[in-house]
Design a protein around this ligand. Sequence first.
Ligand code: DO4
Ligand code: MG
Length: 300
Amino acid sequence: MGLTLLDGWSKMIGMKIYQMRQGCVLERGGRFYTLAGWDWDGMFRQDRPMEALRAAAGNSTVIEKLDEGQLLAPIVSQEVWAAGVTYHRSRDARMEEARQAGGDDFYARVYEADRPELFMKATPHRVVGHGQQVRIRKDSQWNVPEPELTLAVNSSGKIIGYTIGNDMSSRDIEGENPLYLPQAKVYDQSCALGPGILLSEQGLAKTTAIRIEILRDGKKAFEGATDLSRLKRTPEELVAYLFRDNSFPNGCFLMTGTGVVPDSSFTLVHGDEIRISIDGIGTLVNTVTGGRRSSAAADR
Ligand code: DO4
Ligand code: MG
């Protein structure tokens, strides 16, 4: 029985919750607890979900470890939104890719403007979880993952937690014309979230690192990193803009933009493994389906 172990949680800094095929699992202090009948959407309607979790933990059972093969994306009815051009690196990469089409100035302006770039990234069925496949769309030749701190926001606009997001992006479509952004960003399996949600009543430290590694045919094809001190806007500011004239009855996710963009010569290929880690949250791993094969795979 979990309750005794869970006593004293009122001083909790954070805990993680996972959605699994068999139900929800709570992680606290390196231990895992199954939660009977946890209402995922209900969690996004609460102001203090950690308190509700504490109550629910009375019916929990301790389990030895998390079975990663059973993980689902940490989403039920939430929309996923995304902020863009929130890091210098993203601004520069976008200006470069859009220059020929005359779109570079839009990115320079939005980086400085009061109003951030916000766009609808995915509905739940377009989202994959840890261990599942993200996809390259068939009509694109130039694709990258975008490793992004992703906010879990409740129905009243309060940040209740954090997860890891991958905002898959087709750079050739986006660069051809900024008006093609929704096609470059929104398609089946274009978004990965997970592995779980770090619930926390405190913000994350500015030193929180976001790292990405891409493995191709067992070798490192790309690695990069940034940290939250380089995020131009605060998470609260982004959420406040998103909630202007928009309601989210079951809360939402908000991706906060990428600070890592590979050089223009890089594109993802079929079979790549993308590993994104954020301090304190974990590592999200996805493989890529679609697109061309790597030259080593084509030679086999
Ligand atoms: O404006 C294009 C998309 C920007 C984006 O997704 C990002 O900066 O992460
Ligand atoms: Mg992005």
